[in-house]
Design a binder for this molecule. Sequence first.
Ligand SMILES: C[S@@+](CC[C@H](N)C(=O)[O-])C[C@H]1O[C@@H](n2cnc3c(N)ncnc32)[C@H](O)[C@@H]1O
Length: 268
Amino acid sequence: MNRLLPFIKWSGSKGSQAKAISAYLPDNFNTYYEPFLGSGAVLGWLRPENAVCADINKALIDLWRLIQKDPNKVINEYKNNWEKLQKSYKFFYKIRDKFNKEKSPHHLLFLSRTCVNGLIRYNKQGEFNNSLHYTRKGIHPDRLKKIIFDWSDRIQNCNFMAQDYRRATKKARKGDFVYLDPPYFNTKGRYFGTINFAEFVEYLSDLNKRGIKYALSYDGLRAENSYIVEIPKELYKRHLLLPSGNSTFKKVQDKKVEKVFESLYLNY
Ligand SMILES: C[S@@+](CC[C@H](N)C(=O)[O-])C[C@H]1O[C@@H](n2cnc3c(N)ncnc32)[C@H](O)[C@@H]1O
């Protein structure tokens, strides 16, 4: 199966490791659950017969639903906005203000494709605050169209939910599979939403009790520094370190490039 190009750039995307991660997933499962969906890089390697995909970010989930049900509308809206942006850069800031009031999924896509480095970044008040990428005013609608239609085709069997990870996986049973990619501790605040570590550990323990297989992506190594947050040993069977290319945050902030390895914990 070929990898799909991302339709949105997302902090913490597993784009560079999705192929390696998907190679460790069980061969068979009933329903696939991905409750920290983001841009769905791992989902992009799969064509699950049944899937429940969730994220706490409602505008993002609304966008996934629109891509599934009405990809033409998504691309037409993007094209309209993109054409206005080519005439005036001020249009970006008009849409940014609107997005922070209305949280339209169309505006989320437009902002992500036209902001600096595509980084969806929120301030403490939960407002999107990145600026326009002046020198590259957004992917051309004709190119984006193919990406959106490829995804639409791939996600027809997915049920999308704008919910907390625990509620989204409540109905999971033995025989189902859960892929987890929560916000990491040392990047807390950069993502939309945070999770409580103790509650998350309890959740993993509950998945084990319910006999549900999971794979968990978590922080690992950056250059010589270990960012490994100890997941209690009784909760998993294997801990792998997968190369994930270079650190985007470091690259943007310090103009330095560092090798990064990320953890993958498997309870099978
Ligand atoms: C590391 S990112 C996931 C990246 C994704 N794997 C990808 O390839 O783009 C973590 C995601 O968890 C979401 N999130 C944060 N808190 C959450 C919660 N309590 N329940 C569900 N999703 C949450 C964030 O909105 C963010 O999209």
